[in-house]
Ligand binder design. Structure first.
Ligand code: ADP
Ligand code: MG
Length: 665
């Protein structure tokens, strides 16, 4: 198999640059898709202004004259005759092209035009003519030291020498089913990287998306099929056990919570492995349900692990769970700030069955953490864990039951396709006595009104969260930042005794814990932070959430943030401050229903907010986009299921190649 460095033009240095972009082999390179395309229309030189990027095509009209200033700098001048006349072309550092620019050669020139001198200073020259008056230029995501042009050259060199070797995952019988996709993969890729026109490009993008989603659905369906066969722990949890749990609680569970607990108990009592996704809006009380499961697991003699996405949240869960299960279970917290000795102690106790419930971040399922008999894993905010982390669980001895909790509702049709192997439980009903959070949208210039509203809350000794997209603004954007806001709020409230502090991801865990503790103890009145407070943090005295540059966030994220307030019985407000896009934010004013918001987000932004910035390993797509391409995904799903049943040698080869990529250990 040829390697990256075999591609003409790629040396050790450029190989490293490509690695930075996640390109490690020729297939990566060929499927490194443009992030967008510039569509260049043939310019009319009479109409362009000096800053316009212009493009014209014509024939070389004079022998190019090369001026060499030094070894690194040369300039080449020649005349081009084009449809409206003749123009002088001038280009730097392309002297090497001279032999190919014979008089009469057809070329396309891109650059800037100076009308007075009638000179076009070219940034690029390509051979050929413009079809349909347009040229489509692929634009790639780059890294410093690597230009779009370099990358294009590497890709084209790789296509030329190795394109034919690239594995085509679409089986022939499916190509017959979709005649538009019946094209060799390297030809399709050539079109994607060097588009001749928009309609061919759009067809080939579709083909590559289909191929990617087809592979994805083959993998998903394969994993489903092997999971079905695995056997897990069969427990004997009865009504008495369930009642004994209810007695531990300071409140009465909602009907939905009880229903879900029953569903989980049924799973735990069956010999199939539990693989359940628990969805419920922020504040609907999912945690208590997971505590029930961990309690029953202990009654049956097994250990549980609870993974949270952040240490703040893990600590909060620990405090909460220790209280409820006090005297019933031994609960321990494993976080980075523990000393080596404390950690060793936990490891020892864990393997010796002296711990019933271990709480922490994903560190608690790493290789070096050995359990005596791990029977249940709970993950809070499920979408933050990738498939590889989930696979690690299987190395822990018995295959444990898994309960995923998520406050980011995944639209049902979508969940069924990609999570079809999971059972889904939903909590819709909110605990009694909750007053819905009121949401209002304000422009930045209405800040004095916002300050007044804040003041009213502070007078009542209520606390306030303020969220900003950036920690620090290094000056390149006009976004607010945590550090700036901290100063500004300190100033604004300097006359009254108000404590302002901040929380963000660049702080050490110790600092973060310290701040969170102070906020919980009402020693901080206004807490300014990035989205680190997004998930799960529970301070019932906080009654106001103010989000700056709200348009920078997805609706689901905003809804999550809003869920930080309104957790007690005080009336709470969420203020969204935004310079633009206030239209989109209106849905948050209108509804508190997280599922509705997720559907809306899904329509507007695709799966971005679900899997985007915090993309988990198994949800990474190079060209497909789960929302836009949902139709293709559905076709791919049907095709993949049928494909897995095929046994012809040709299909087996493709199947094995696809499944080589699946991590099933
Ligand atoms: P989430 O679903 O967002 O994880 P939590 O489990 O953190 O929600 O619950 C939010 C708050 O509501 C917690 O303080 C929890 O103790 C409380 N709570 C949960 N269930 C009930 C209930 N049935 N009645 C009253 N309060 C409840
Ligand atoms: Mg939670």
């Amino acid at each position: 198999m040829s390697e990256l460095k075999d591609v003409k033009g790629i040396g050790p240095k450029s190989e490293l640059l490509l690695n930075k972009l996640g390109i490690y082999n020729i297939e990566d390179l060929l499927t490194y898709y443009p992030v967008r395309y510039d569509i260049l229309k043939r310019s009319n030189l009479d109409e362009v202004t000096e800053d316009d990027r212009v493009i014209i095509d014509g024939v070389v009209d004079s022998i190019p004259l090369v001026l060499r200033f030094n070894a690194k700098l040369n300039k080449m001048n020649f005349r081009l005759s084009y449809k409206d006349g003749v123009v002088g072309i001038s280009i730097f550092n392309r002297a090497f092209m001279k032999p190919n620019l014979k008089v009469g050669t057809r070329i396309i020139v891109i650059g800037k035009y100076e009308k007075e001198k009638n000179i076009l200073t070219a940034s690029d020259i390509k051979f050929g003519i413009l079809n349909n008056e347009t040229k489509i230029e692929p634009i790639y995501h780059l890294t410093s030291g690597l230009s779009n042009k370099n990358l294009q050259t590497y890709i084209n060199n790789a296509l030329m020498s190795y394109g034919k070797d690239i594995i085509d995952y679409i089986p022939n019988y499916l190509k017959e089913k979709y005649p538009k996709f019946d094209i060799k993969k390297y030809i399709a890729l050539n079109i994607v990287h060097n588009p001749p026109n928009e309609s061919k490009l759009s067809d080939m993008i579709k083909r590559m998306k289909y191929e990617e989603l087809f592979c994805f659905m083959v993998k998903i369906n394969y994993l489903k099929s092997i999971k079905k066969k695995e056997l897990g722990i069969k427990r004997n949890i009865d009504d008495k056990d369930i009642k004994s749990f209810y007695k531990l609680l300071p409140f009465k569970l909602t009907l939905d919570q009880e229903k879900v607990i029953n569903e989980i108990v049924t799973d735990m009592n069956s010999n199939k492995i539990m693989n359940r996704l628990l969805q419920g809006d922020v504040g609907s009380g999912k945690t208590i349900v997971s505590i029930a499961a961990m309690y029953f697991n202990k009654l049956s003699g097994y250990q549980s692990a609870l993974m949270a996405p952040t240490e703040i949240l893990a600590t909060q869960h620990f405090n909460n769970i220790s209280k409820i299960l006090d005297g019933k279970c031994t609960v321990r917290l494993l976080i980075g700030s523990l000393t080596k000795k404390e950690k060793e102690e936990i490891y020892d106790d864990l393997i010796n069955n002296k711990i019933d419930i271990l709480i922490g971040t994903h560190a608690i399922i790493q290789e070096n953490v050995k359990y005596y008999n791990l029977g249940l894993v709970v993950t809070d905010e499920q979408h933050r864990f990738g498939v590889n982390q989930r696979a690690l669980l299987k190395n822990k001895g018995i295959t444990p039951d898994v309960l995923y909790m998520s406050a980011t509702p995944i639209p049902r049709t979508f969940a069924l396709t990609i999570y079809g192997d999971m059972d889904i439980s939903i909590i819709k009903e909110m605990p009694k006595g909750r007053i819905p959070v009121e949401t209002i949208i304000r422009k930045e210039d209405q800040i004095s009104e916002v300050l007044n509203l804040m003041y009213e809350e502070l007078k009542e000794h209520h606390q306030i969260y303020v969220v900003s997209p950036l920690i620090e603004n290094e000056g390149e954007s006009d976004l607010t930042s945590v550090i700036n806001l901290k100063d500004e709020f300190k100033k604004a409230f300097s006359k009254v005794n108000v404590k302002v502090d901040m929380l963000h991801g660049k702080m050490s865990n110790k600092e973060k814990d310290n701040i969170m503790d102070k906020f919980k103890n009402n020693e901080i009145n206004i807490l300014i932070s990035t989205t680190v407070v997004e998930v799960g943090v529970d301070v019932s005295n906080a009654s106001m959430m103010i989000i700056f540059d709200a348009n920078m966030f997805g609706l689901s994220t905003l809804h999550q943030l809003r869920g930080r307030v309104g957790r007690g019985n005080i009336k709470s407000t969420c203020i969204l401050i935004s310079k633009s896009e206030t239209e989109r934010l209106k849905i948050l004013e209108e509804t508190n229903d997280g599922f509705k918001i997720a559907e809306e987000d899904f329509k507007l932004r695709g799966s971005g907010d679900l899997f985007g910035t915090r993309q988990s390993g198994d949800m990474y797509f190079k060209i497909a986009n789960l929302r836009e391409d949902f139709k293709i995904l559905e076709y791919a799903n049907v095709d993949a299921k049928e494909f897995l049943k095929r046994t012809e040698p040709e299909n087996m080869i493709i199947k094995n190649k696809i499944l080589e990529m699946v991590d099933t250990d």
